[in-house]
Design a protein around this ligand. Structure first.
Ligand code: HAM
Length: 437
């Protein structure tokens, strides 16, 4: 099977191993076999988004650094250590390669006043950049498909976002599991934060360096620690659930009710806090154990405060983003490769008259909507037929002097059974457009 999820992955640190220049570490080439699978995936995704009424937004890959600092939070892994930030030497501005798409989407929505006539359902796709330690499923340039529903306050849209993910997983033949939590509203989180600080202060000597540093700036993130030495202190930490107001709890219940009604299985994970600061209320992650350490294929939640925080008229919002590399790896692990694109026809020809006619035939085939590769580079029929086979085309169209003189083509099936036949071009086109092999 073609390995379409992994790339021509460069393991060198600086690309200076030999005198050939390599790609930047953690940034991968997507070669044609992989690109075929990406295109098949993108076609499924575009159709899925269209059916849910989401419309595409395209924002620049570079933004002012301050956007991400304000949106994602100063004391987060992304902003503290993972952003590709540089000074534009021409004007001294600090710019950052986007590490995610929510901040840019919200910036654009505010800048262009997109919510003036009510809520908007938006999506985007493209490369994101994080200076993380590369490993399987974790890259420095990776790709997301992101969905943002802006201007909707109710639990219905939270549930819709989750249900639509489940729908896509079915279409892709994969089955990640859903983890769900609620972070409540601002006041509850402030109370929880104060209690957490008190708890960690009481255990100050046992905290690791990361936790010490985050104690006052972002104690919630300490809960997320992967350090086994922090496990016991974290297990005993005050729970946000105990601080939540009735309204936030009712919202969470209403989301769950809709998920149950839609037959979506989920697990409530009170430890799910997310690595970006803008979330409130519902948060969720779709996870799998089939990809090793990087098992989160899609994640998101509600972020009602972000639009106002970035200077817009207050409006609620929720969304998610999926990692394309991880999803494709999961599709591959499920043994359901996405269909590879193959040409319909490979046109072989020998002789000057045949070549002139072959050009016309190839143009007519393409004009009729068929994918036709015209053999280039000369050679005899035998060598050309080898190329035709290797091209994975369904049929060869063979043109010699006889065909050229008669203005006909010889059609030879390259896959499955079937006889080679000489027919009028129009008939061949008709046949090829209806052929199933
Ligand atoms: P995130 O959890 O940072 O959320 O990223 C979403 C997904 O992107 C992850 O679950 C993962 O599949 C993929 N991903 C993240 N980092 C990498 C990496 N270094 N290599 C490969 N894949 C990666 C966000 O970005 C939010 N903007 C999601 C969101 C949208 N929330 C509301 N709206």
């Amino acid at each position: 099977m073609r390995n379409f999820a992994s790339f021509a992955d460069d393991k060198t640190d600086s690309g200076k191993m030999s005198n050939t220049i390599q790609s930047v570490r953690g940034m991968n080439d997507c070669l044609p076999d992989a690109a075929d699978a990406w295109q098949a995936f993108e076609a499924i995704v575009r159709d899925w988004l269209r059916r849910y009424g989401y419309r595409e937004i395209r924002t620049p890959i570079l933004e002012h650094t301050g956007l991400f600092k304000r949106a994602i939070g100063e004391v987060t892994d992304i902003v503290e250590k993972e952003m590709y930030t540089f000074v534009d030497e021409l004007n001294g501005e600090s710019l950052t390669l986007r590490p995610e798409g929510t901040a840019s989407s919200v910036r654009a929505v505010i800048q262009h006043n997109l919510l003036y006539d009510g809520g908007k359902r938006l999506w985007y796709t493209g490369p994101m950049f994080r200076h993380e330690r590369p490993q399987k499923g974790r890259y420095r340039q990776f790709h997301q498909v992101g969905v943002e529903a802006l201007g909707f306050a109710g639990p219905d849209v939270d549930a819709e976002l989750i249900v639509m993910c489940a729908d896509l997983w079915r279409a892709l033949g994969i089955a990640p599991t859903l983890q769900l939590n609620t972070l409540g509203d601002h006041a509850a989180r402030q109370r929880h934060r104060a209690r957490l600080i008190a708890h960690y202060e009481a255990h100050r000597d046992a905290l690791d360096a990361d936790a010490q540093r985050r104690l006052h700036s972002n104690p919630l993130r300490i809960l997320d620690s992967k350090n086994p030495a922090m496990q016991a202190i974290n297990d005993a930490a005050p729970r946000l659930m105990d601080e939540l107001e009735d309204e936030a709890l009712a919202h969470f219940d209403a989301v769950q009710q809709r998920l149950r009604a839609s037959g979506i299985a989920y697990e409530i994970n009170p430890r799910l806090v997310r690595g970006l600061d803008y979330y409130n209320r519902t948060v969720f992650e779709w996870v799998t154990d089939q990809l090793g350490a990087q098992g989160t294929v899609c994640a998101g939640g509600r972020y009602d405060g972000l639009i106002a925080q970035l200077g817009g008229k207050p409006a609620p919002a929720a969304g998610f983003a999926m990692g394309v590399e991880r999803l494709l790896a999961l599709v591959e692990a499920a043994g359901r490769p996405l269909e590879q694109a193959a040409p319909d026809v490979y046109v072989v020809h020998a002789g000057a008259a045949a070549e002139t006619y072959a050009w016309q035939v190839a143009a007519a085939l393409r004009g009729a909507g068929l994918a036709a590769i015209l053999h280039c580079g000369g050679g005899g029929f035998k060598a050309q037929m080898k190329k035709a086979d290797a091209s994975r085309a369904r049929h060869a169209v063979i043109i010699g002097d006889e065909e050229a003189a008669a203005q006909q083509v010889t059609l030879k099936p390259l896959r499955g059974t079937g006889e080679q036949t000489r027919v009028e071009l129009a008939l061949a086109i008709d046949y090829l457009n209806n052929a199933t092999i």
